[in-house]
Design a protein around this ligand. Sequence first.
Ligand code: ATP
Ligand code: MG
Ligand code: MG
Length: 375
Amino acid sequence: GSTIGVLGGGQLGRMLALAGRAMGYRFATLDPTPDSPLGQIADEQIVAPYHDAEAARKLAERSDVITYEFENVDAGVAAMLMSESYVPQGSELLYTTQHRLREKRAIEAAGVQVAPYREIRSVEDLQDGVAAFGTPCVLKTATGGYDGKGQWVIRSVDEIAEAYETLARAKTELVLEQFIRFEKELSVIAARSPRGEVQAFPVSENIHVDNILHLSIVPARISVEVKEQAERVAARIAESLGAIGLLAVEMFLTADGELFVNELAPRPHNSGHYTMDACRTSQFEQHVRAVCNLPLGPVELLTPVVMANILGEHVAPLLEWMEDEAGLPEEIAAKVHLYGKHEAKAKRKMGHVNLLTDDVEKAIRWVEQSPVWKA
Ligand code: ATP
Ligand code: MG
Ligand code: MG
């Protein structure tokens, strides 16, 4: 069968391969870590830094199609690969979504609103920006941030100098955003195929703890109008960007029903892991379909679901709980996914559990009292 080459060997790549394997594809991966979550199960692993052009060329030689599982792949390497192999997602989408300012401009160009923002090039810019937006407001590095790293919530003008100095060390542009007093955080994962077909997965309601996703709740507890609007927004951005494959769209919903897009990710997304057990097609299968130029699959939700992340500190209690599934209501089925990471460091994403339920409130209550997530 054909071989899919994946830049990056993390859990997103691993779950992509688990889905693609079932469809008969072989997988090769390039990742700096030997025995990465994808490396463990791939047909071939190339161990080298992401920006190593020679290693990337080697991946291209072994692959019929190339995709990526994280967005900080060197866009230059991606562009080079386009002349060596088939890279249906191109390098433009990476280039845009790697940089918060370019990303925000692209979202606005699609006719969708983002939180008011300013480019910050000096501490004077930051003083002006904080004066304009008021406090709190959020200073972010334009590139490289994740799980809330590379950002600073400025709560008082006294923090301006320190916030600027700290984030400026990252040697990237900075962006200041107005603080959105959101009622909920939502995300929609859209998929677009090379033939221009677009599908949006059901809206997920996301709850973060310490800037790391804790729960995804689907169906989201929002009105039908907001649901439809959120799905339209994601599809419109995917179309406007000419995205191929998955595009995750994170949004804020305010009390008066307004949506602001926070950020994009051109890849499978943690808030889409619920689709693995709860949708007719998973996000991973959908991405394989899109990059292999197959028809997209149906995305309907089969059951209400709550996805709960397993971080390093949750692994030991989870393994113990799995022996008898103590206290799990009969109406809830718990589907455990673990990524094969060796070191269960605190806050590190190690796995997730999809709780298939008749009632999301029941599953949320169960998580909140469960010994697994108490740690
Ligand atoms: P991810 O791990 O999702 O890639 P990230 O580090 O790229 O995260 P963001 O998603 O931009 O960071 O922000 C992290 C969280 O901080 C958001 O999910 C939200 O809870 C909060 N946040 C970010 N920007 C704002 C804002 N402008 N107003 C209010 N809250 C915000
Ligand atoms: Mg991000
Ligand atoms: Mg985010």
